[in-house]
Write a protein that binds this ligand. Structure first.
Ligand code: KIV
Length: 268
């Protein structure tokens, strides 16, 4: 019997000081393999806008596209907790729309949602989601949906004061009911301080080794996405090279008549 990772499991990980792993997935078979590999949390990140759909930023993706990928990923996963990243403007206009959009991801098979940023309004969205049975992961530090207001891909929480401010915000997210928070592009010392002072888990995305968990974009880990790789993303394979080699061989075999062979055809 497979034991599903839930909010309770994630809380236990923190209590037991046990690290957990998270990766993004956007399609059924990748999600299935990540789950088989033992990844604890699978995120349908809005990074899919860039790595799977070729958009310039994550702000171009909407609820409809995120819904399609959520459905596909959820179908492939048995054990991991599946979290959908709520896209730009899907929870910002008003609370009923936010709950409807977040709740829709649960209906499609997600086990929770991730919401970027901090404001009184976002705290209210988190509270209302949690009250409605929708687990929430927060996201602080560098928040890609705020790229235009942050003025570019900048490291956040670089001073004691800035780290204190992220901790203050994270504590408010915790109070609102978030069960974890992603810290993106935060110096390791700041992330350590924040992690040590929170009851909920911190998930590092370029925030060093002292967080309770790590998350990366799977296309970076597999060496598939090559337009840009952040400093903190460790490449474990070269899928770009693998795809290129397979496609080149196939191309040659088709053109030289080596494909298909006798074993790859039907006879009358
Ligand atoms: O969209 C994304 O992939 C993310 C990261 C935290 C990995 O939000």
């Amino acid at each position: 019997m497979i034991k599903k990772v839930t909010v309770k499991t994630i809380r236990k990980f923190k209590e037991n000081k046990e690290k957990f792993s998270a990766l993004t997935a956007y399609d059924y078979s990748t999600a299935k393999y990540l789950d088989e590999a033992g990844i604890d949390l699978i995120l349908i990140g809005d990074s899919l806008a860039m790595v799977a759909l070729g958009y310039e930023t994550t702000n171009s993706i909407g609820v409809e596209e995120m819904s399609i990928f959520t459905k596909a990923v959820a179908k492939g996963v048995k054990r991991a907790m599946v979290i959908t990243d709520m896209p730009f403007l899907s929870y910002h206009t008003d609370i009923p729309t936010a709950i409807k959009n977040c709740g829709n991801m649960i209906k499609l098979g997600a086990n929770g949602v991730k919401i970027e940023g901090y404001s009184e309004y976002i705290l209210e969205v988190i509270k209302r989601c949690v009250d409605s049975g929708i687990p929430v992961v927060g996201h602080l530090g560098f928040t890609p949906q705020f790229l235009n207001t942050l003025g570019g891909y900048r490291i956040q929480g670089k001073t004691q004061e800035a780290a204190e401010e992220i901790l203050r915000q994270a504590k408010e997210l915790e109070k609102a009911g978030a069960f974890a928070v992603v810290l993106e592009m935060v110096p390791q010392e700041s992330a350590k301080y924040i992690t040590e002072n929170l009851k909920i888990s911190t998930i590092s995305c370029g925030a060093g080794k002292y967080c309770d968990a790590q998350v990366l974009v799977s296309d970076d880990v597999f060496g598939k996405y090559s337009d840009f790789t952040p400093k903190f993303a460790r490449k474990y394979g070269d899928m770009k090279e693998f795809i290129l080699n397979c496609a080149k061989q196939y191309n040659e075999d088709v053109k030289s008549g080596k494909f298909p062979s006798e074993n790859e055809i039907f006879q009358i």
